[in-house]
Design a binder for this molecule. Structure first.
Ligand SMILES: [Zn+2]
Length: 311
């Protein structure tokens, strides 16, 4: 069975083991993945045409063993949005645009995209940064990350993206990355009545809860959005079983151990083992091979359309 991973963060240029484009592509291939979409992390944005050209050139030199596309970072600055739209339309290898907090709180992003007639994919990290409570995080109690970025920040942000898109008459495809709550799945499912909108879930949010962050390696499981309660994980699983969530993306995000375990205790999980485990788990839960292929291939082809026509 073929899979596409629409959400990975390759990390070239930094000495992180198993992190560059080549190595990530090899790990992905072991899971049956035939194409990866590389999303620039928030610290290393891809903002301009020359950033894209540089990244694609690097990718060619790394010689990934499977198909490779890249996302551009989208800010809330109108000039940059214009540039991103132009470049995304020009290069087949640009899969879409990625919007992060706090720029995802600006309606101007959607208004500008609509004005420019953008019809491609807008992938959103939907957490509302203005509702974060960073002081509640205590590294000695890693599960407090879930208090610092609580569920309501995700729900509020998803509602906001939908409202912005509706008000602006956004004509593109809204792709809500890594949802962690059954409430999020329900909101997105309802919005399908009037928007081109899809949801993504990660293997770690399906397999792990904040309970695991109380164990020895709690800090290594710090991720954004955070691992949630057992109840939320169960609810999310139920939604996947009922076909209410569209896609699986790994959100493979490599870091050095020191970056995870020492200040600033960076967020991100990099484990392709979890990808295979999640698919096996879904099979155990009664999903058919056809259901799994839909989550990991056909729905992703649907989201990206022409951009992934060769995947
Ligand atoms: Zn990510």
């Amino acid at each position: 069975m073929k899979h596409i991973d629409p959400h990975v963060h390759c990390r070239d240029g930094v000495e992180v083991r198993k992190a560059n484009i080549r190595k990530v592509s090899e790990l992905a291939r072991e899971q049956g993945i035939v194409h990866i979409c590389d999303i620039p992390s928030i610290n290393c944005p891809i903002l301009t045409e020359s950033d894209v050209v540089e990244r694609l050139d690097l990718a060619r030199r790394r010689r990934p063993v499977i198909g490779y596309s890249v996302f551009m970072t989208l800010t809330s600055k109108e000039e940059q949005i214009k540039e991103a739209v132009r470049v995304a339309q020009k290069y087949q290898e640009v899969a879409g645009l990625k919007l992060y907090p706090p720029d995802n709180e600006k309606s101007v992003v959607y208004k500008t995209l609509a004005k420019l007639g953008y019809s491609g994919v807008l992938a959103v990290h939907a957490e509302k940064a203005s509702l974060f409570k960073p002081k509640l995080f205590d590294y000695k109690r890693p599960w407090t990350h879930n208090l610092a970025r609580p569920p309501e920040t995700e729900i509020a942000s998803i509602k906001e993206q939908i409202q912005f898109a509706k008000e602006a008459d956004f004509k593109g495809t809204l792709y809500i990355c890594h949802i962690t709550l059954p409430e999020s799945a329900a909101i997105i499912w309802q919005a399908k009545n009037y928007l081109n909108i899809y949801s993504e879930v990660t293997p770690h949010h399906l397999l792990l809860s904040d309970l695991q962050m109380r164990g020895e390696n709690g800090l290594s499981l710090k991720v954004n959005p955070p691992l949630r309660s057992r109840e939320s994980v169960m609810g999310l699983l139920k939604d996947v079983r009922f076909g209410l969530i569209d896609c699986i993306g790994s959100d493979f995000a490599p870091h050095l151990t020191t970056e995870k375990l020492l200040p600033p205790y960076l967020s991100g999980i990099a484990s392709y083992q979890l990808y295979g485990m999640a698919l096996d788990y879904l099979r155990d839960q009664g999903l058919s091979e056809k259901d799994i292929e839909k989550l990991t291939y056909w729905n992703i082809k649907k989201v990206f359309g022409e951009k992934l026509k060769n995947a």
